[in-house]
Every structure is written in C-alpha cells, then in structure tokens.
Write a new protein. Structure first.
Length: 353
C-alpha cells in the first residue's frame, strides 16, 4: 500500500520500507525556526559520515570591510600588477549587502583562492555576476583547481579551469606535471549583469593514468558538462591543493566580476532548499551552511537567499555520491510547531508512530 497523504505531528515521522530499500538520504524530521539565519536540526538516515561533508569554506562576504582586500577575510589573493586584488564590495550582493569583487578592466587576473584542499575531489558552488566593459576578450577563465608546487599558483600542475561565460565554453585540463593541455569545448554564452548560480564537481584520475577522471558543471541547476577521461597521467602523484575563484581576462577586453555565497568542499554532500517539490524542477536553489554532520543528523544555518517568502520551501539532503533525498516540505510556519509534510518516495509505506 502506498500512502502519499501524510501529516506529521511535531515533525516526528517514521518511514517503513515496503519491499524496497532506500538508496539515498532520507529526511524524517526537521526542527527549528524556518527563518533566514536560524539554526535547524535535520534528522534521518544515510546522510554520509566520511568526515568530508562539512565545507572547507562558505563565504557570503558580510564580515569584511567594503573596499578591503579579501585576504582580510581568510582568502589568499593574487593579481596582475595592473589590477587590484579582489575586494569586498557593496555594489551588488546576492545575499546580505556585500559580495566579493574582482576588477579586471585592465585585463589579466585578479584571483582569490584557498590552499589545503588536499583532495582527489572537489565541489564548488557560487553565485556569479559579470560585466564586460570593453573589447571582445577571447579568454575568460573561471573556477580553477591546481596542485601547489611552485610560486606561480596559476601554473601548478596537474590543474584545470572552466571558461564558460563570455564568448564560449571550454574546459582546459593540464594532466601532467609540465602542463600539457587537453580541451572540451561547446558554445555557451551566459547573460551579463545578472546573478546566476555556477556549480562544479571535479574528480582527478585515481589511480593516475586511469580514465575515471570527472568534471561536472551546472548553471542555474541545469547540467552543462559531463566529462569523463584522464586528468592526471601515469606517474603524476600530485592531487588538487588550490581552489581558485575567478577571474582572468586575456587576449582583448576587460571587465568586472562579483561572487557571493561561495561554497567549497571536498564532497558533493550538502543541504539545499528550493521552492519546488521536484529536484529536477529546482532551478533556483539555495545552498545551506552545515555546522555539524553525521549519518543520521545535520545541524545547519538556514540560508534563504534568492527564495521569496517562507511558504512552500522544500529541503533536500544530497550525499557524497550526488544522490538526492526526497523533498521535505518546511512550510511557512516554524518547523516542528505546525504541520510539515515529507513527500514519501514512491512505493514506500509511511506509518506515523
């Protein structure tokens, strides 16, 4: 028997499987206030417990002083001599009143990065906005991953970058210690002067020389890249150490870039909220800020940026393999006080105890 008409009292629900195993995460209850910035507790199972579920860095750029270098906010920064280093800005913001900002109107680079990733995998999400102020740049590089084997952080190998916003889309992969290139290209010009969400998942070839390297990229929830192949050749022992935020403009033109709600992790495991009960229809999602994580419980700070109002908000848990839970309706009332409705996976029997 299937029962999709379920009302939970005080958020307490128990899922009983009817002849079918649950492959991915299952949310059984959420408690806390459904307001931006509040702390919520998510209970369930199969959330994952590898130790890599918490992000290495989340930044909404609210803690810095406008005009100050991002290195005052825990980033390392580097730029061409003619460009300023990335700064805190209030010109545009996706959440709160500030964002990160890179001024590259003189061409060249203005990057912010974190060290110590020390991982064969990485997940990066950011809200992104750009304007090309002059010329027609042939090269506009975005998020980059590198080893950390020299003073020039832009040429540590193996490494890769995704160029995917102004004139074309290109993945540049440098799988050797001396920087050999391979490319994957398609046309994809993104609109200027509007916020968009960009997500990336990178997996280096393991062991070196195998063909299981992977790059996935999404724009506003839509999958744009699904690349598999070699991104670390045999004999290369280095793995990813640096995650670099945009940006670089070369070969003509210049512009400016803003980024907000930056999330960097070793794992795809995360918590998301959107206004749709179907994950495939969640084009506008807000990534949450987990503070603790184990296989059955997640504590997170609610981030509702980009989601208008509090009604019809659905929470999802994604595990390290990218498997998405069924949606859990938070509702407009405080969580756990009024009714909340977890949407039962198909062919499950749901009993309330």
């Amino acid at each position: 028997m299937r029962n999709n008409n379920v009302m939970c009292a005080l958020g307490a629900c128990v899922f009983v499987i009817a002849g079918q195993a649950i492959a991915g995460p299952v949310i059984t209850a959420v408690s806390g206030e459904a307001t931006n910035g509040s702390t919520i507790q998510i209970s369930g199972s199969k959330f994952g417990s590898t130790g890599n579920e918490l992000p290495l860095k989340f930044d909404d750029f609210e803690s810095g002083t406008v005009g100050a270098n991002l290195n005052t906010g825990g980033w390392s920064t580097d730029s061409s001599s003619q460009n300023p280093d990335p700064q805190f800005s209030k010109e545009y913001a996706y959440s709160g009143s500030q964002s990160g900002y890179a001024d590259i109107r003189e061409k060249g680079d203005s990057g912010a990065f974190i060290r110590g990733l020390n991982s064969e995998t990485a997940y990066v999400s950011l809200m992104f906005r750009y304007v090309i102020d002059s010329g027609d740049p042939a090269t506009t590089k975005g998020v980059r991953l590198h080893a950390d084997d020299g003073p020039n952080v832009y040429s540590s190998y193996p490494g890769m970058f995704v160029q995917d916003f102004y004139s074309r889309h290109r993945i540049s992969i440098k799988p050797t210690d001396d920087g050999g290139d391979s490319f994957s290209t398609y046309q994809s010009v993104l609109s200027q002067n509007k916020w968009m969400r960009k997500e990336y998942y990178f997996k280096i070839s393991t062991p070196a020389g195998s063909s299981n390297g992977q790059i996935l990229s999404w724009v506003d929830g839509a999958l744009k890249d699904e690349w598999e192949g070699v991104n670390r050749l045999s004999g290369v022992s280095d793995i990813y150490q640096l995650v670099m935020m945009p940006f670089y403009i070369g070969n003509g033109g210049g512009g400016r870039f803003w980024y907000d709600d930056v999330y960097i992790s070793k794992s795809r495991a995360r918590v998301e909220v959107c206004k749709n009960a179907s994950w495939s229809a969640c084009n506008t999602r807000s990534i949450q800020v987990p503070m603790s994580w184990n296989g059955t419980s997640i504590t997170a700070k609610l981030n509702l940026a980009g989601l208008d109002g509090l009604g019809d908000l659905y929470l999802y848990v994604i595990d390290g393999d990218g498997v998405v839970s069924a949606s859990f309706l938070l509702g407009s009332a405080p969580i756990g006080v009024e009714s909340v409705l977890p949407l039962a996976p198909q062919d499950f029997t749901v009993k309330i105890l």
